[in-house]
Each structure stands twice: as structure tokens, then as C-alpha cells.
Design a protein around this ligand. Structure first.
Ligand SMILES: [Zn+2]
Length: 350
């Protein structure tokens, strides 16, 4: 088990995770290297065989690292080659928990490669990774990513011992032998049937799963016959509601239509804020949102604009699921609602 990455559980947040799984959360600042020792890496880019050959000529050792997710399993590996090609490759494989990310696998491969360099006293090494996101994270000497912190510490240790470790990004799946070997080894590591060497899931997974759970709960609530009755009468499914929110981006005014809570007298009367629910246009008709939208003469001019745009586009001006099919009707509807809300208090003298 790879044990040098410190983690903690967040109470409640990780409750859906199996007991043996922890969360890989950001490193506290106190665990980072002293600011004067925080040196981010630099990396060159290798995209052709002559560039790789040149890199080999400039270093004694080349270590190719890779991480892979295949069939929902995750593995990492590194391949050590002496640049003179006089010794067989050394291949090390690491299995990660199935819920880990490829990014974690890429970073674990680099971390374990750095540890290998120190443990085996390798000097003058070039680490070649095809993960630009991983290398970019390592470029920031003050990164809070736990792998980055560990790698920076190992690099600091290596520098203090006089070792030279440099980095390069190598293009993936471009036929470079070392990279292909590391890729195959990482895939083989993913398929290994053993307890994972690393089993802390990324916060991104927790966020993703929480989003999914929230969405499912919201959907269930929305479709419950006893809740959201008014909103559902306008937008019959959760998907249409989501689509409406994405396109119209409800604000103070549109939320009044969606929730049936607002400045209209039917609502104010229901909550005993005004004495009656009658619209001042005729002092008879209950002032519901339906009346304001489709009948009230006070808003005839604004209504005319919205209805004209809708009819030109062959859209029912009061069907919210239809309105969002066209940008112009979505915009004119929002403008129409805003006009009503902006003038309603004055109209009602409330
Ligand atoms: Zn009216």
C-alpha cells in the first residue's frame, strides 16, 4: 500500500463511499515545503523520434510513466530504461481503486518513479509523462494537490542529495517504445486482481456523485404529485424545468411566474396581505398570473410584442416548454415578465 499521501474523511460528504475508501483532499498549507524550497518543475515537449533520441543522449536514465483507466479499472506504471540500452527495462506497476481518476494514476506513477530514483540512487534522470495536466500541476511549486506536494518533497530530497531529475511531456500513442511499454504496463496494472496500492478517491468524484444524488432527489421531489404543482403545470417534466432554467436563467421576475409567489394580488390575498384578489383593471377578475399574462389590458402593449414574436416563429406564447425552443421567444417572454413585475406594485398600489 502506498502510504505517504495524507488524507482525511469529511464527515457526511463521504458517507456513500465504502468504509475502506478515503478522500484525497487538498494538502493543508502547513504540509507544503518551506516557501523558499517550493520549486515547480519545468518540462520540455517531445513529439518526434529525433527529440527523444536527443533527450536520451542528454540523460543517463529515462523513466516513462503512465496511468490508465480501462474497463473501469485503474492502474499506473513506470518503465526505467538506461539511455545506452545496455540493461533490460525495469517495470513497476501499481493498482488504484476503481473509483480513482486517470489523473491520480498519472500522478501516482510520477510519484513512485521519483521514489524509485531516490531508493536506487539513480542520477541524471529524465521522467517522461504523457499527462500534460499532471506536469502542469507539478509546474506550480505551491500546489496543494497531495501528489504534487509529495512529488515536490521527493524532488527536494533528490536535489539535496545531488540527483538531477528533469521532466518532459511525451506525445501519447505516437509509437515511442518507452511510452508504449508504460501504457501497456499501466493497463496490466489496472487489470491486476489484488488489493489496490492506492485507494483514495478524488474530490471530483465526490462532487460528481453528490451532483447526481441531488439531481435524482430534485427529480423525485419535482414529480411528487403533492409538491411543485404550480411549476409542474407550466413545465411538466424535470427535464423541461432544467432546460428552461438553462435557457431563460430565471431571475427575480421569472421566479414569480414559476413559483406563483410574487406581487400579484391572488398571492397577496392568499397570504392576507391585501383585502381582496381583484385586478384593478376591472376590479372584478382575480389577479392571477394567468390573467396578467394572457388577459390584463394594463399589459396589452408588452403582451403584443411577445405574442407577435411568438406567432412569427409559430410558437405558443404561453407554453413554457415551447418558448424555450427559440432564443427570441425565450428572450421576449423574459422581457414581458420583467415588464409586468416592474410595474405591478405601482399598478396595484401595494
Ligand atoms: Zn387585470
Amino acid at each position: 500500500m502506498v502510504a505517504d499521501v495524507e488524507t482525511s474523511k469529511l464527515s457526511g460528504v463521504t458517507s456513500f463511499l465504502p468504509h475502506e475508501i478515503s478522500l484525497e483532499n487538498p494538502c493543508p498549507p502547513s504540509k507544503l515545503l518551506h516557501p523558499s524550497d517550493r520549486i515547480g518543475i519545468r518540462f520540455e515537449e517531445i513529439t518526434s523520434t529525433p527529440e527523444l533520441t536527443q533527450a536520451g543522449a542528454n540523460h543517463t536514465w529515462l523513466i516513462f510513466t503512465d496511468g490508465s483507466k480501462i474497463d473501469d479499472r485503474v492502474g499506473a506504471a513506470f518503465v526505467v530504461k538506461d539511455s545506452a540500452n545496455t540493461q533490460p527495462s525495469v517495470i513497476k506497476k501499481f493498482k488504484l481503486h476503481d473509483d480513482c481518476s486517470v489523473f491520480q494514476a498519472e500522478m501516482l506513477a510520477v510519484q513512485m518513479a521519483c521514489k524509485h530514483i531516490i531508493d536506487h540512487h539513480l542520477t541524471d534522470v529524465l521522467i517522461l509523462s504523457d499527462s500534460k495536466s499532471g506536469l502542469t500541476e507539478l509546474r506550480n511549486g505551491s500546489s496543494y494537490n497531495r501528489f504534487a506536494v509529495n512529488i515536490h518533497k521527493l524532488l527536494h530530497q533528490a536535489r539535496s542529495s545531488g540527483y538531477t531529475i528533469e521532466f518532459a511531456w511525451i506525445k501519447a500513442h505516437a509509437g515511442f517504445d518507452g511510452n508504449e511499454e508504460a501504457d501497456l504496463a499501466a493497463k496490466a496494472a489496472a487489470r491486476m486482481r489484488r488489493i489496490p496500492d492506492f485507494q483514495r478517491v478524488p474530490i471530483s468524484l465526490v462532487k460528481h456523485q453528490n451532483r447526481q444524488k441531488c439531481k435524482e432527489s430534485a427529480k423525485t421531489l419535482y414529480m411528487n404529485p403533492n409538491t411543485c404543482v404550480h411549476t409542474r403545470s407550466l413545465l411538466p417534466t424535470y427535464n423541461t424545468l432544467q432546460e428552461f432554467i438553462k435557457i431563460v436563467r430565471p431571475d427575480f421576475a421569472t421566479t414569480q411566474v414559476l413559483t406563483n409567489h410574487g406581487y400579484h394580488k391572488e398571492y397577496l390575498h392568499r397570504f392576507h396581505i391585501v383585502a381582496d384578489d381583484r385586478c384593478p383593471c376591472d376590479d372584478q377578475t382575480p389577479q392571477t398570473w394567468k390573467h396578467l399574462l394572457t388577459q390584463c389590458p394594463r399589459f396589452a402593449s408588452a403582451r403584443y410584442n411577445h405574442e407577435m414574436i411568438s406567432r412569427l416563429l409559430n410558437i405558443d406564447p404561453y407554453n413554457l416548454s415551447e418558448i424555450i425552443r427559440k432564443d427570441d421567444t425565450a428572450k421576449s417572454f423574459k422581457a414581458y415578465i420583467t415588464n409586468i413585475v416592474d410595474h405591478l406594485k405601482e399598478f396595484n398600489q401595494t
